[in-house]
Structures are given as C-alpha cells and as structure tokens.
Ligand binder design. Structure first.
Ligand code: HEC
Length: 154
C-alpha cells in the first residue's frame, strides 16, 4: 500500500467510526435517565411554589420567580428526552408508557400545553402578583396531571 492509499483508508475508517457513533446516538437508558433528571429538577422547583400557594410557607415572590424560571427552561428541555426507542421495551427503569410513542401527537400536544403554561408562570412570577401566581400555578399543575394520567404508570 502506498502512502496515499494508507491515508485514504484511515480517513475512511475514521469517517465510518464517526458515522456509526452519530447513528447510534444516546443509549435508550441514558435518554430515560436524562428525562427523569429533568423531571426531578421540575419537581424540585415546583414543590416550593406549591407550598407557598397552599400557605404552608410564607410567600416569597423572588423565590417563586427563580423557581419558575427553572421550570420554564426545563419544560423546553423535555422533548429530546422522549426520542423514539427510549420506551419501556428498551429501558428497565421507566414509568413512561408505550402510548407516548404510539400516540405521539397527543403526547406532544400535552408537552406543548405544559411548556406554554410554564412560560406564562415564569412571566407572571416576574410580576410578583400573588393572586395571579396562584392562578397560574394551578393551570400549570393541571398540565402535569393531564400528562401523568395518560402517559405515566402509577
Ligand atoms: C407531557 C407529559 C408530562 C408532563 C407535562 C409532565 N410530566 Fe412528569 N413525567 C412524565 C413521564 C412520562 C414521566 C416518567 C418518566 C420516566 O420514568 O421515564 C414523568 C415523571 C415525573 C417525575 C419522576 C421523575 C423520576 O425521578 O423518575 C416527576 C417528579 C414529575 N414527572 C413531575 C412533573 C411535574 C411537577 C410536572 C408539571 C410541573 C410534570 N411532571 C409534567 C410526563 C409528564
């Protein structure tokens, strides 16, 4: 083999390795772990707002605004955690129902509803109006429940 052939061959080899890695993408287990982590962050930030709304802890507008910002961000980070092939047939530890992928349009619209209400919550939270925050918290919580009811196992 002359030099050109060798460099060409190794170049092609490198390319095929790269392509294989790209085609494989993240492993299903990693994708599931990613979405569960995003939901953990969502829950972590949603809970203290809920406690304030219920009057269990004193209302703190600055804290609500900070938590709501994280929730909005995470709502936008969820979609890639539901890529095809990351359902219960491929992943051991998941509460995601297979219907997410067989009923994708319905799932996706619930995801969009959540994103919209979470975005509004972050907006309203910046204003600091306790009544408006309470109302918008309720609307956002409804979108969590609507999706869990259909698409998450108990
Ligand atoms: C569009 C659907 C959808 C919406 C909206 C949604 N969830 Fe979930 N949630 C799921 C699914 C599906 C799982 C299961 C994920 C898994 O186990 O792979 C889950 C899991 C969780 C978990 C458990 C995470 C873990 O550690 O396994 C928490 C906590 C959670 N959601 C909180 C919330 C809260 C709070 C909201 C609203 C503010 C919300 N979710 C909105 C679908 C949704």
């Amino acid at each position: 083999m002359n030099k050109l052939c060798i460099s060409l061959a190794s170049g092609l080899l490198g390319l095929s390795v790269l392509t294989a890695a790209n085609a494989a993408g993240p492993k299903p287990e990693d994708t599931a772990e990613y979405r569960q982590s995003v939901f953990t962050i969502i829950g972590w930030n949603f809970k203290p707002i809920g406690a304030m709304v219920k009057g269990e802890v004193p209302f703190d507008a600055a804290a609500v605004a900070r938590h709501a910002q994280y929730i909005e961000m995470m709502s936008k980070a969820l979609l890639e955690g539901f890529s095809k092939g990351s359902g219960p047939d491929a992943v051991k530890h998941t509460e995601a129902k297979p219907e997410i992928w067989t009923n994708w349009d319905q799932f996706n619209s619930k995801l969009n509803n959540f994103e919209q209400e979470a975005t509004k919550l972050a907006e309203v939270a910046k204003g600091g109006d306790e009544g408006a925050i309470k109302a918008q918290f309720g609307k956002t919580a409804e979108t969590c429940k609507a999706c869990h009811k259909e698409f998450r196992t108990d």
